[in-house]
Design a protein around this ligand. Sequence first.
Ligand SMILES: [Zn+2]
Length: 336
Amino acid sequence: MSDDIERGVSLAQQFLLSAAARTLSLSAIARMSDEEARAAFQRIRWAENGGEPYCPRCGCLKVGRIATRPVWKCGDCRYQFSVTAGTIFENRKRPIRDYLLAIAIFVNGAKGHSALQLSRDLDCQYKTAFVLAHKLREAIAAEQAGHQLAGTVEIDGAYFAGHRKPANKAADRIDRRLAEEQTGKRKVVVVLRQRGGRTLAFVTRKESDGVAIVRQRVAMGSTLQADEASGWDTLYAHYDMKRVNHRVEYKAADGANTNQAESYFSRLRRAEIGVHHRIGARHLLQYAREMAWREDRRRVSNGGQANEVAALALGHPVSREWAGYWQRSFPKQAAE
Ligand SMILES: [Zn+2]
């Protein structure tokens, strides 16, 4: 992984990405007792404090372990907390080792992992796997907020979501694309990909909306490489721009290309078609960022990736969307 990514992560994450910490392979987790899994979560969650817990509410370092349960009590505010309190794993119903297993299985699927497959792997209900996978995705997506790119950056956009296979007989087909653009179901994923750096994904209504995102996320003085889509033209005023015309060639005479951006889109497309079958507009951003994360970590070991996802998950609060999601939405949203 490049220095640019390393610079963007916290001290705790740097520890977790180090070779010494890359032990969370699927087979290592499968051999763990529940107690060992809890200890692994503890090391990861409080990595920046040497694995020693501190109060998630007031930050007090003086905490005591309760003798009868795997719970600590804050010496200052008296808050009692488990290793997963205040994280996406709060109110968990299953043995703690299953959550480490879920993370290891999730990172092993290079094209993503479907909730159906995860429910089979963990032998749990579909809805449990569905919510769990979305929580992991959300924690990964949150990590991409606020980053800036510099240097040479490829920019590109592509349509996702809202698509359905056309009917078999031509007479039954309607122009769904046009209809979906009008209803706003189809969205554009805009990707910014720094050469030798990281990948950031965004979702907009149309490709030209990506201009504002580029200006916000790419440092002045950077060189942009884009295709011939006219929406990007206004960026000439702010950046050194190199263009490639895809109707003619995939690499311009001056070397300009968007091949890294294309590679990202093909990964997202394979995830959409091959794994999830349909990605709704509502959660498109989370899938888009999951694939950006996977693309950037394609050379990191599975154990290293699992470590990082565990750290992101334990550093991410439970969101309003996924707390009690099924109680509110079932069965209406079952297929998404
Ligand atoms: Zn406290």
